[in-house]
Design a protein around this ligand. Structure first.
Ligand code: SF4
Length: 293
């Protein structure tokens, strides 16, 4: 689960899949990763049916995230609750990844102007896309939003048909990068929060040196990124993903961040409301399968 890939993602293969021949609002997954248990006082909580991660602590983190979601949405699913829940878990994710990075005593080399990992395709779930979209709407002028809408529309077309390997390129920066920094930093997805590099020069050459890039795409190896924060971000994302799908029947399939934002800027309210009602309104933003070109 912790192998580096050419996509920034929390995907553990556990998300629901579209049923073949189904309409866009139907998605199925026969697997169950969470079980409901009840204590002597009648309190219900979720436990993992089987470990998802090699690391026991990561399974606890995933289970805790699932339970935060379970408790928060028991009264009913509405967009406001989903926003709050996602914001809370994103914040928890940053606290935990920061702590794990600090515990490692490694000297991190990530920082403003260092954007090499922001040239990967970014995989998100619908709530993460909704949070980024809301943040952009609150923090950009109308003029800036119009420019971004246009860019997202053009990039959405440009990336169709590209493999995730082809997306890892100096020519394919995340459209949310601004002057080498993330312009949605407080709202960035789980996958982005897990990235902590201890070797900036290595990240740079992995992206910009064609030989090293090819080796990375072929083997999935490369880049000196701390493992524990990467796994922690995956664990929190997966815990939320499983709880929202398995307990609340929300479509939590992996989306491509660019397609999801383009969709939200085009048909935002309908898409968001439809998703909260359990429909597959993000269908056209489903992320491409990870391929090596
Ligand atoms: S959302 Fe921000 S951190 Fe993530 S890839 Fe885009 S610019 Fe980088």
């Amino acid at each position: 689960m912790s192998r580096h890939s050419e996509t920034k993602t929390n995907n553990d293969g556990a998300q629901p899949k579209a049923e073949q021949g189904s309409s866009s609002s139907e998605f199925v997954d026969e697997r169950r990763h969470l079980r409901v248990v009840q204590d002597d006082a009648g309190r219900r909580s979720l436990v993992l049916a089987a470990p998802l991660f090699e690391q026991p602590w990561a399974n606890r983190v995933a289970s805790n995230a699932a339970n935060v979601a379970f408790v928060r949405l028991q009264e009913g699913v509405d967009l406001e609750q989903v926003f709050e829940l996602t914001g809370e878990l994103l914040e928890e994710c940053s606290k935990l990844t920061d702590k794990l990075a600090a515990d490692s005593r490694a000297a991190l080399e990530c920082g403003a102007g260092c954007d090499h990992c922001c040239h990967l395709a970014v995989g998100v779930t619908a709530p993460e896309a909704l949070v980024v979209h809301a943040y952009l709407q609150q923090n950009r002028s109308e003029e800036e939003l119009n420019a971004l809408r246009l860019e997202l529309s053009e990039r959405s077309e440009a990336i169709r048909g590209l493999s995730t390997a082809e997306r890892f390129s100096p020519d394919q920066p995340c459209p949310l990068l601004k002057d080498g920094s993330c312009s949605v930093y407080p709202a960035r997805p789980f996958a982005c929060r897990g990235m902590n590099s201890v070797d900036r020069a290595d990240c740079e050459s992995r992206l910009r040196d064609p030989v090293r890039r090819e080796a990375f795409l072929r083997t999935g190896q490369g880049g000196r990124v701390l493992l524990a924060p990467l796994v922690a971000a995956q664990a929190i994302g997966v815990g939320m993903q499983l709880a929202l799908f398995e307990r609340f029947r929300l479509d939590m399939r992996q989306l491509d961040l660019i397609w999801a934002l383009d969709l939200l800027f085009t048909r935002g309210t309908d898409v968001a409301k439809g998703w909260a009602a359990g429909k597959g309104t993000f269908q056209s933003a489903l992320g491409a399968p990870v391929t090596s070109g």
